[in-house]
Design a binder for this molecule. Structure first.
Ligand SMILES: Cc1cc2nc3c(=O)[nH]c(=O)nc-3n(C[C@H](O)[C@H](O)[C@H](O)COP(=O)(O)OP(=O)(O)OC[C@H]3O[C@@H](n4cnc5c(N)ncnc54)[C@H](O)[C@@H]3O)c2cc1C
Length: 436
C-alpha cells in the first residue's frame, strides 16, 4: 500500500491543476490518469475545438478579405491541415502539463476504489487522508432508435475528412461550435435543438442574435425539434408536433455529458445526485469524509475553469464559485457572466437592463465586426447582476463584468474606470450609460 498526502484521480483541468498546486505547497501527491494528461479539456474539448474555431474564423476572414483591400481570390481550404495544427497544439500543451507536474507522482492506470480511502491502479494500491475524484465526463448518448449510427464529439474531432453534410443534434455550446467549424469549411450543416431556442443556458436575446447570424451564414437551425430516430441517411424528428425528416451524410449528437464514475465508488459508500453525478457539499466533499469530487463528475458546472476553481476550494483557498463566466466560440462569439433576465425574473428580483450595439463602436467598425450586442443587468441596489455579450471577443470582454460582480461592486464602477479608445470594451461602458 502506497501512502500519499493526496491521491487525485483524473488529470483534466480539475485534477492536474490541483495536483500541481498541492505539490508546489509541499504535499506528497499521486495523480492517476488512465488516458492522456490534460483530460477532456485538452484532448477532446476546449483546446481542440478552439483551435478549429480559429481555423474557421480565419477561413471566413480570408473569404471576406476584399473588404479590407486584400485580394485573396484563389483561397482553398485544407481541413486535414487544420486538424493537424489542432493536434500539434494539443501535443505541445500536453508537454507543458507534464512539466508542471514535475513534483507530482503521475501513475498511468484506471483507478478503482477498493474501500472508502483506498484506490487501486494496476497492481498498486494507494491511500491518503485526502482523495480527490476528478474523473470528468463522457458524451451522453441519445436514447432513440439508431443512436449507434451517430458520432460524438470525441469521434468528430479526430476526423480529417469533411462530410458533405452534417446534422448536429443539440444546439448547446458544443453543438454550435461544431456548426460554426464545419459550416466555415463548406459543409452543409443542420442543427436540431429540442428547446425553443439554441444555447438554453444563455440569455435568450443573445442566443437569438447568434441563431439569426448563423442562419445568415447558411446554417439551418431548427428549434423545438424532438429527435425520434437516427437513420443511415439522417434524422427523423417531430418539430412543434409535426413529423419531419432531415438528410445528411453524418449525424453528430451533442446532447450533453454524463459523469464518469470510477469503479468501486458505489461500494465504497459514495452517494449520487438524481442526475448520476457524485453528490458533494459546498467544500466539494462527498458522502465520505476526506473524499472529494471536483469538476464535471460532480455535475455542478461542466466547465474547465469551474473544475480548476473547485480544486482550489478543496485545497482551502478562497474562491468565488458564484460567478462563472461561460462562452461559445462561434462567429460571433457569445459570452455570459451572472444572471440572465430570466434568472432574475424567476428569482423575483427587480432589475434594469442597459444595452449597446457594436455598430456604434469605432473599434468594431474598424475591425468589420459590426454584429454585436452587450446587455448588462443591474439590480435595484445598483449591483451588476449579469452581463451578456454577442460579438467579437465576447469571452474576453465579459471578464471585466465578472470581476465587478465577484467583487460585489456597483455597476457604476464600469463607467468610473477609463476605458481605452478605441476598444471593444467601450461597448460595456455604453451599455451602462444606456440603462433603462
Ligand atoms: C467538445 C467540447 C468542448 C468544450 N469546450 C469548453 C470550453 O471552451 N470551455 C470550457 O470551460 N469547457 C469546455 N468544455 C468542457 C470541459 O472540457 C470540461 O468541463 C472539463 O474538461 C472538465 O474537467 P475535469 O477535470 O472535471 O474532467 P476531464 O477534463 O474530463 O478529465 C478527467 C480525466 O479523468 C480521467 N479518468 C476518468 N476516469 C478515470 C479513472 N477511473 N482512472 C483514471 N483516470 C480516469 C480521464 O481519462 C480524463 O483524463 C468542452 C467539452 C467538450 C466535450
Amino acid at each position: 500500500m502506497t501512502k500519499a498526502d493526496i491521491v487525485i484521480i483524473g488529470s483534466g483541468p480539475g485534477g492536474y491543476e490541483t495536483a500541481a498546486e498541492a505539490a508546489a505547497k509541499g504535499a506528497d501527491v499521486v495523480l492517476i490518469e488512465r488516458g492522456e494528461l490534460g483530460g477532456t479539456c485538452l484532448n477532446r474539448g476546449c483546446i481542440p475545438t478552439k483551435a478549429l474555431c480559429r481555423s474557421a474564423e480565419v477561413a471566413r476572414l480570408v473569404k471576406n478579405a476584399s473588404v479590407f483591400g486584400i485580394n485573396a481570390a484563389d483561397v482553398t481550404l485544407d481541413y486535414a491541415r487544420a486538424v493537424s495544427r489542432k493536434n500539434d497544439i494539443v501535443t505541445g500543451l500536453r508537454e507543458g502539463i507534464a512539466a508542471e507536474l514535475s513534483k507530482v507522482r503521475v501513475v498511468k492506470g484506471d483507478a478503482a476504489f477498493t474501500s472508502a480511502h483506498t484506490v487501486k491502479a494496476g497492481n498498486e494500491e494507494f491511500t491518503a487522508d485526502k482523495i480527490i475524484i476528478a474523473t470528468g465526463s463522457r458524451p451522453a448518448s441519445l436514447p432513440v432508435p439508431g443512436a449507434e449510427l451517430a458520432v460524438n464529439s470525441d469521434f468528430i474531432l479526430e476526423m480529417t475528412e469533411l462530410p458533405d453534410s452534417l446534422i448536429i443534434i443539440g444546439g448547446g455550446v458544443i453543438g454550435m461550435e461544431f456548426a460554426e467549424i464545419f459550416s466555415a469549411f463548406g459543409v452543409r450543416v443542420t442543427v436540431l435543438e429540442y428547446c425553443p431556442e439554441i444555447l438554453p443556458t444563455f440569455d435568450e436575446e443573445i442566443a437569438k442574435r447568434l441563431r439569426t447570424s448563423l442562419k445568415r451564414k447558411g446554417i439551418e437551425i431548427v428549434t423545438s425539434a424532438q429527435v425520434t430516430a437516427i437513420t443511415a441517411g439522417g434524422v427523423e424528428c417531430s418539430v412543434k408536433g409535426k413529423p419531419k425528416s432531415y438528410n445528411a451524410s453524418l449525424v453528430l449528437t451533442a446532447v450533453g455529458r454524463t459523469p464518469a464514475i470510477p469503479s468501486g465508488a458505489i461500494e465504497a459508500g459514495i452517494t449520487f445526485t438524481e442526475r448520476g453525478a457524485i453528490a458533494t457539499d459546498e467544500n466539494m466533499q462527498t458522502s465520505i469524509p476526506g473524499v472529494f469530487a471536483i469538476g464535471d463528475v460532480n455535475g455542478r458546472c461542466m466547465l474547465a475553469h469551474a473544475a480548476t476553481a473547485q480544486g482550489k476550494v478543496v485545497l482551502g483557498e478562497k474562491v468565488d464559485l458564484t460567478v462563472v463566466p461561460a462562452a461559445v466560440f462561434t462567429n460571433p462569439e457569445c459570452a455570459m457572466a451572472g444572471y440572465t433576465e430570466k434568472h432574475c425574473a424567476d428569482l423575483g428580483l427587480t432589475f434594469r437592463t442597459g444595452k449597446a450595439t457594436f455598430r456604434s463602436n469605432g473599434k468594431a467598425i474598424a475591425m468589420d465586426e459590426p454584429e454585436g450586442l452587450v446587455k448588462i443587468i443591474v439590480g435595484d441596489n445598483g449591483r451588476l447582476l449579469g452581463c451578456h455579450i454577442c460579438g467579437a471577443h465576447a469571452a474576453d470582454l465579459v471578464q471585466e463584468a465578472a470581476v465587478i460582480m465577484s467583487a460585489g461592486l456597483g455597476a457604476d464602477t464600469l463607467a468610473g474606470v477609463i476605458h481605452g479608445h478605441p476598444t471593444l470594451g467601450e461597448t460595456v461602458v455604453s451599455a451602462f450609460r444606456n440603462l433603462a
